[in-house]
Design a protein around this ligand. Structure first.
Ligand code: PHB
Length: 406
């Protein structure tokens, strides 16, 4: 071969190599995941993380020809500080194509300015304060808002449980205030009265609920409505309710599904029996998608492991990301990726879900359930009623924290 020809062949080889590298790069989509892998939210982070990973494993064919690489960062305490730094690093150093995660609302609220600057699709897989999606047009939520469950429960508490009076105990931070606002709005619109609203600590540490619940007990309401973030907070709520003999005193404990999170349910013991919740998911939901989801979960993570509403937030969120990857042919330009999810529909283990094109928030069913003891000796969720196609009413009605600023 002449010298000229050798040089030409070498140039061709280099060009082909570069094209292949470029193609490989275009086919790899990097997703930055921000979850509290340590601290009070560690169990919730694990559930969401497992939900995401399971979606990718079970639906490997849907992902092809792309490869999704998850880059995971710890958001630590639920105060927004570490989450915001993590988002910044993922965008500027790791150059991720999309973001995902956020268990606690303060983390998603603090991250919003950085998400805005980064202009990448950001899928919220748990954080549930309604107005979060108003803080960035890059936010799309596949989890829930407290308004979905608490507003629907306010109506059912009045109409189905025939409650006239309620005391509300809530973790005093944005989703707790939303939950109070939502429940009060619909309970009172349906003839009920919230006779007291008691702030009870925050998400960072589990408080002793005894003084708050004792005050509620002394007020003798028909129902005690409680919002606390899922996890150890929920276990403590049910334990305190049992210890104070509130059921025997005729006060029914009700709340969003967060207080009967499946991974905590068996540990709550008989004090949980009779508890009534409104939520978008529980492991007992009887539909084919959920049967498959629960079976795949147990196969992957062990017979004693269980799915819960946080897990399904991760699973559905990953389904949304995969949809956006396919729709943008792996490019994941922020605007296009978000646009591809407006009106997106998915047959989730929780039932049919859709992303509302106006609000980028989820539309889904809410299930009214009662905790019962099954013939297997375990606690289960018995379905009492379904409310179909529930929107985030905070934004739909423009009330509470979603009211226009004066
Ligand atoms: C939240 O901080 O938005 C949050 C956390 C856990 C929940 C619900 C809401 O169970």
């Amino acid at each position: 071969m002449s010298k000229r020809m050798t040089a030409a062949v070498a140039a061709l080889v280099v060009a082909a190599g570069a094209a292949m590298t470029q193609q490989a790069a275009a086919q790899e989509v990097k997703v930055g995941v921000v979850l509290p892998f340590t601290g009070v939210g560690a169990e919730l982070a694990q559930q969401i993380d497992r939900g995401m990973e399971l979606y990718l494993k079970v639906n490997a064919d849907q992902v092809k020809p792309y490869t999704i690489t998850l880059i995971k960062r710890d958001s630590k305490a639920p105060d927004g500080v570490a989450a915001k730094i993590a988002v910044q690093e993922l965008l500027t150093q790791d150059k991720v194509d999309a973001l995902a995660g956020w268990v606690y609302s303060p983390d998603a609220i603090a991250s919003a300015p950085v998400v805005n600057a980064g202009k990448k699709l950001a899928v919220i897989m748990n954080a549930a304060t309604s107005f979060i999606t108003n803080l960035s047009t890059d936010y799309v939520r596949t989890s829930f808002t407290m308004w979905h469950s608490s507003y629907a429960l306010g109506e059912q508490a009045a109409k189905t449980l025939h409650a006239k009076t309620a005391v509300v105990v809530y973790s005093d931070y944005p989703p707790g205030r939303d939950s109070l606002e939502a429940f009060k709005n619909s309970f009172e619109a349906n003839g009920g009265k919230v006779i007291d609203a008691i702030p009870a600590g925050g998400p960072g540490a589990v408080p002793d609920f005894t003084p708050f619940f004792q005050r509620a007990k002394d007020e003798k309401p028909d129902v005690l409505f409680v919002f606390v973030p899922a996890g150890d907070h929920a276990s403590a709520v049910v334990k305190t309710y049992g210890a104070l003999g509130m059921a025997a005193a005729g006060i029914k404990l009700i709340g969003p599904g967060d207080i009967t999170q499946d991974i905590k349910l068996q540990g709550m013991g008989d004090a949980a029996i009779g508890l009534i919740t409104m939520g978008h998911y529980n492991a007992d939901l009887d539909n084919p998608q959920n049967k498959r989801f629960v079976a795949a979960w147990k196969k992957e993570y062990g017979a004693d492991s269980t799915t819960d509403f946080t897990a399904v937030g991760g699973y559905d969120g990953m389904a949304a990301i995969v949809h956006a990857v396919q729709a943008t042919k792996g490019k994941m330009d922020g605007d296009d990726a978000v646009k591809s999810l407006l009106g997106w529909k998915f047959d989730s283990p929780q039932g049919p879900i859709m992303i509302d094109p106006q609000t980028r928030d989820i539309v889904m069913n809410e299930y009214l359930s009662e905790v019962v003891k099954g013939s297997d000796g375990k606690l289960h969720e018995k379905q009492l009623a379904v409310v179909h196609n529930v929107k985030d009413e905070c934004k739909a009605l423009a009330v509470g924290s979603c009211a226009p600023k004066k």
